[in-house]
Design a protein around this ligand. Structure first.
Ligand code: ZN
Length: 324
């Protein structure tokens, strides 16, 4: 039987598995990445994952055309070499992942950027199935982005397209992890959202849920913030609406530029916020877009969750235009 195998490399875990041609998961496993041990150690762990996948395929008569890998950072997806520095993986830049892993496993190996591959998964099997013009974004520790334009993934001139978190939204604004100022990420990521809660909570004179937590010096999680929001706690509503409007501002630029049919929003913050939060972003987004850009625009939550990375890695060489 034809199947696809993929590995999704994260700073904390390596997720890997096999899917069939309908996108149904045959096996799925997670092991710790120990990324701080550096590039060589990480490559050895990827080899172990690859061997396990190949063994499973041969034991179960599954035929895979290649092994796909998703990696954080900028990746030359034609050669499978890591181009960009990854702060969580010392020495990762310059690693020839496709060549090293391919030689070891004696199988073609393809490597792509993880955010791009999540979008590929959502287009082939998920929320954007069959769509040809798609904006995908994930809101979590960082803000990820990927663009599908006229049925093809946009990789850009030097493979770094789709860095949505680093779209500037405030002139001379807050410091961003990339070294620039005023990017979307410090305002709308999970940390940005909790920062807004602290800022607006300490300015507030009412005695709501956030103010009580700040008084006790208690840390708050994104999940808790959305629990308060869903109970209509006034400061929590203000915090979430402010962050959603930052997201909408960034997205509106992309929508007016690219005229997509669908915007897919995933990641931990979107999961915590649920459909109510996606509708809020949609409302602010549509208010900031040209009428012609949003005639049939849909704004939806990602469907494949934290498995999108390994699924997208597994099917990264499949034709997006045949999706659906
Ligand atoms: Zn930035």
């Amino acid at each position: 039987m034809k199947a696809f195998a993929g590995i999704d490399l994260g700073g904390t875990n390596i997720k890997f598995g096999i899917i069939d041609q309908n996108g149904d998961i045959i096996i799925y496993r997670t092991i710790p990445a120990f990324a701080a041990d550096g590039a060589r150690s990480l490559l050895e762990r990827l080899k172990i994952c690859g061997e396990e996948l190949l063994l499973y395929c041969s034991d179960n008569d599954l035929k895979i055309p290649y092994l796909g890998v998703g990696s954080p950072g900028t990746v030359n997806s034609d050669t499978g070499t890591i181009l960009g520095h990854s702060p969580n993986i010392p020495g990762w830049e310059g690693t020839e992942v496709a060549r090293e892993l391919g030689d070891y496993l004696n199988l073609p190996v393809f490597v792509g950027n993880d955010a791009n591959l999540m979008a590929v998964a959502e287009v082939i099997f998920g929320a954007a199935r069959g769509c040809k013009n798609v904006i995908c974004t994930t809101i979590g520790t960082g803000i990820g982005g990927a663009l599908i334009v006229n049925g093809a993934l946009l990789t850009g001139n030097t493979y770094s397209a789709g860095e949505f978190g680093h779209v500037p939204i405030i002139k001379d604004g807050n410091d961003c992890s990339c070294g620039l100022k005023g990017c979307l990420e410090p305002y709308a990521s999970a940390a940005g959202l909790l920062g807004l809660a602290r800022e607006l909570g300490s300015e507030s004179t009412s005695a709501g849920a956030i103010e009580k937590r700040l008084k006790k010096n208690d840390d708050m999680t994104v999940k808790e913030l959305f629990t308060f929001y869903k109970k209509s706690d006034p400061t929590s509503v203000l915090v979430v609406e402010t962050q959603a409007d930052y997201m909408a501002s960034g997205l509106a630029g992309l929508v007016n530029l690219l005229n997509p049919e669908i915007v897919v929003i995933g990641g931990g913050v979107a999961d915590a916020g649920g459909v109510k939060y996606i509708r809020l972003i949609e409302k602010f987004l549509k208010a900031r877009c040209l009428a012609d850009s949003i005639k049939s625009l849909r704004v939806v939550k990602a469907m494949l969750g934290n498995k999108a990375g390994f699924i997208g890695a597994a099917i990264q060489r499949e034709e997006l235009s045949e999706a659906g």
